[in-house]
Design a binder for this molecule. Structure first.
Ligand code: MEV
Length: 383
């Protein structure tokens, strides 16, 4: 049975009780890791990076109350900012009153870019590559046989002319990477197909790398709340007006999106995801239509508020950072079965984080809650 994410008074329980509460959801290894206080031993760290001199730490916490597509999720978060976990949990509780979040996500399509310079006839490149697409996909698939065996592989190839006079072209291959984040797979495909592309376009293949603008891998979440759930009509109005402010002003949109990413990044770090890739993709997507725009928006409805978010999320459940100690425990806690499911959960967390920020900003202001939690932190670390 899936545990409920609504755990009354969790924050007030002693830490050992919180750990004991989640133990039944964990494997023996993950449970033992958490019982030891979590963390990363220096010998493992030494194998993970060059020039290691120690480890650093962040609190691992659980965001509660999240309900997405009728399922409850405990969301592990690793973050130093004191209000992030409480804010996401509080907003998820408000959303829960209206049934929680709904969401959906694209298949796991990532895109390889092969940058070709000095093409003899750049303008002809789109047609040349369209005619060669099947061959390029087969070449790419041959370089990633295990992914193909798992049902993934190259799906499409196309070329875009970047500058006809310079002969600059980019060829892109879309690859289904299944439950991997896919960076290594995509880079392997890019390098495998580049010589054939350079030959076909009579140019020089230079860069062969994925794009972190993972447009083929977007996730969306939505929720509806009554005005009462957020504290009344005046606050609901304020949230919708705050959303509009972010749509009208880039400087505000950046901060608005920072509030979204507070939750997304905190969960991504705990879950061993490449949060730099997620950040780069999110802000690239926010700027895609020309101006930089908010990733999440809120509108008044007849009874309250309706919120929606969309962003690209290149996540992995296998490979990369997901093997690190602690990440396995975090993945067991969030208990998803696909990267699509995880992407929907993270999108919902982003929307919840944004709701919490806008609600605070549109009512008492952000400082009261921040300063209360900040004071607690200072009390804890004072010499
Ligand atoms: C602080 O970490 C995040 C906020 O600035 C987000 C926002 O202004 O929407 C509160």
């Amino acid at each position: 049975m899936r545990p409920t994410s609504r755990i009354a008074g969790f924050y007030a329980r002693p830490l050992a009780e919180r750990v004991a509460h989640v133990q039944p959801s964990l494997s023996p290894q993950a449970g033992a890791w958490l019982a030891r206080g979590g963390g990363l031993d220096v010998a493992t760290a030494d194998r993970m990076s060059e020039n290691v001199i120690g480890t650093t730490g962040l609190p691992l916490a659980l965001a509660l109350n999240l309900r997405v597509n009728q399922r409850d999720y405990l969301v592990p978060m690793a973050v130093e900012e004191p209000s992030v976990v409480a804010a996401a949990s509080a907003a998820a509780r408000m959303a829960r009153l209206g049934g929680g979040f709904t969401g959906d996500a694209d298949p796991s399509l990532m895109t390889a870019q092969i940058h070709v310079d000095g093409c003899a006839d750049a303008a002809a490149a789109p047609a040349t590559i369209a005619a060669l697409a099947g061959e390029l996909c087969a070449l790419g698939d041959a370089a990633i046989p295990r992914m193909v065996a798992r049902g993934g592989g190259c799906r499409a190839a196309r070329a875009r002319v970047l500058d006809a006079a310079e002969g600059a072209v980019v060829v892109e291959l879309d690859v289904d990477v299944g439950d991997a984040m896919g960076a290594n797979l995509i880079d392997t495909v890019a390098e495998a197909v580049a010589p054939r592309i350079a030959e076909a376009l009579d140019g020089h293949a230079l860069l062969r790398i994925l794009t972190n603008l993972a447009l083929g891998r977007r996730a969306r979440a939505r929720c509806e709340l009554t005005a009462d759930a957020v504290g009344g009509d005046a606050i609901a109005d304020g949230i919708a007006r705050a959303s509009r402010f972010a749509e009208l002003d880039v400087a505000r949109a950046v901060t608005h999106n920072k509030g979204v990413m507070n939750g997304v990044d905190a969960a991504a770090v705990a879950l061993g995801q490449d949060w730099r890739a997620i950040e780069a993709g999110a802000h690239g997507f926010a700027a895609l239509a020309g101006g930089y725009r908010p990733l999440a928006t809120w509108r008044r409805t007849a009874t309250g508020l309706c919120g929606a978010i969309e962003l690209p999320l290149a996540l992995g459940l296998v490979g990369g950072g997901t093997q690190a100690p602690g990440v396995r425990a975090a993945l067991e806690l969030v208990a998803v079965t696909s990267t699509q499911e995880l992407a929907i959960v993270l999108a919902a967390v982003g929307l919840a984080s944004n709701l919490a920020a806008l609600r605070a900003l549109a009512s008492e202001g952000i400082q009261r809650g921040h300063m209360r939690l900040h004071a607690r932190r200072l009390a804890g670390v004072a010499p």
